[in-house]
Write a protein that binds this ligand. Structure first.
Ligand code: FES
Length: 105
């Protein structure tokens, strides 16, 4: 079971979560009530599941598809390592993944 480290909230406090392989990073954040909106439920059509991946991890994740890339254009506060968490399916290789959930204004 991969362990995921989220930073969230106004103080970007760290939360370590034991996740299951085969589910999305978005689902883990939502189930753990970490303040991720994920309004479309993972359909890659809202961009409210935006996370910023730690630089060390960004290139280790599966590359993003065209639909995800397009939706990122709608993200406020886009960063070089931004991803949509509903498009990242977890597996054992992601043990120790660190991401930040940007605070909504
Ligand atoms: S949950 Fe809507 S794009 Fe990810």
């Amino acid at each position: 079971m991969p362990q995921i480290i989220f930073r969230s909230g106004p103080d970007q406090a760290e939360t370590c979560v034991q996740a299951a392989s085969g589910i999305s990073l978005m689902a883990v954040a939502v189930r753990n009530d970490l303040g991720l909106a994920a309004e479309c439920g993972g359909a890659c059509s809202c961009a409210t599941c935006h996370v910023v991946v730690d630089v060390d991890w960004f290139d280790r994740l599966p590359p993003m598809g065209g639909q995800e890339e397009g939706m990122l254009d709608f993200v406020e506060g886009l960063e070089a390592t931004s991803r949509l968490s509903c498009q990242i399916m977890l597996d054992e290789s992601m043990d120790g993944l660190r991401v930040s959930i940007p605070q909504a204004d």
